[in-house]
Design a protein around this ligand. Structure first.
Ligand SMILES: [Zn+2]
Length: 296
């Protein structure tokens, strides 16, 4: 079984059972959770399940949270050829804004009057939904005020708080949990990788391939000699949030093994504050500068 499915099955099974038994699928479902735990994978899986014969009580007498992998729709899903499945993702290339824009949504919503062509539902995956522009989010909200029959919107986001409260209230919500260190160890067979990945399978697999290991080594060297390592650490963490977070985590872990308790307390506090600020729209370069400077 796919490791994402194996890990999340206990969380999604009650939801699918509810949908199967009541024959009522939520018009909008929001999946939240940390990066790299498989939100997109699960969104796609749910879309396939909704299309599969197992979701249909008239065809499948016994509930199953697993897709059959045999029916016409499953075969199509395998080839990525489901006609009633739409994926909206940020348009990164043109302006590098990485936003889901209103025109992307509108070109879909103009078909609101029409039901699915061959599946039981039209499924729209918004991944990640917190990348929607305010206009796009409002258009979606308006749609969900009178949700079209046979349409299901599946949204992903890191945190619920990243979405409009009004939009949130229209969604059935499911929080997906991080992987445990033990699970990651079973998958990667590597204790260091399992610890550093912080619950993210995607991260664990990257680290296993040797990608991204340098940011952890950088954090350790910075702690030993902040003066010397300041500049290269800044280069390393100011470019993207993921590396910045990894740097903070490794610094935090390394600090636990140090002795000067008073100083440590302040540094832990600083790490926590910085982590919090990283989640907000802020100038990452300034934040990195301020954070590293506090260690000098
Ligand atoms: Zn099937």
């Amino acid at each position: 079984m796919n490791p994402y499915l194996q890990h999340h099955l206990p969380r999604i099974q009650p939801l699918l059972k509810q949908w199967y038994e009541t024959k009522k699928v939520a018009p909008a479902l929001l999946l939240t959770g940390l990066d790299g735990i498989g939100k997109s994978w699960i969104a796609n899986y749910l879309a396939q399940w909704l299309n599969c014969e197992v979701a249909d009580q008239s065809k499948s007498k016994v509930f199953s949270p697993l897709v059959c992998q045999k029916c016409v729709m499953c075969k199509k899903a395998e080839k990525n050829a489901l006609v009633d499945l739409y994926r909206l993702q940020p348009e990164v290339s043109e302006e590098k804004t990485g936003k889901i824009k209103i025109d992307q949504l509108q070109s879909l919503l103009k078909d609101l009057g029409h039901g699915p062509m061959e599946a039981a539902y039209k499924t729209v995956i918004l991944d990640p939904s917190d990348a929607m522009t305010p206009q796009a989010a409002n258009a979606l909200l308006k749609t969900l005020e009178e949700p079209p029959a046979d349409w299901v919107f599946i949204l992903t986001a890191r945190h619920e708080s990243n979405l409009l409260p009004t939009l949130l209230s229209r969604c059935q919500r499911l929080r997906l949990l991080p992987f445990s260190e033990a699970e990651l160890l079973t998958i990667t067979q590597d204790t260091t990788v399992a610890r550093l990945a912080q619950g993210s399978l995607q991260k664990a697999l990257q680290l296993k391939e040797g990608q991204g290991m340098e940011v952890y080594q950088k954090a350790q060297r910075f702690l030993q000699n902040p003066q010397k390592e300041w500049e290269s650490s800044f280069e390393c963490i100011s470019k993207n949030m993921e590396d910045f977070n990894a740097f903070l985590s490794e610094l935090e872990r390394a600090l636990h093994s140090q002795e000067a308790v008073d100083k440590r307390f302040m540094q832990f506090q600083l790490i926590q504050d910085t982590r919090f600020q990283l989640e907000t729209p802020c100038n990452k370069k300034l934040l990195a500068q301020y954070f590293l400077g506090a260690f000098l």
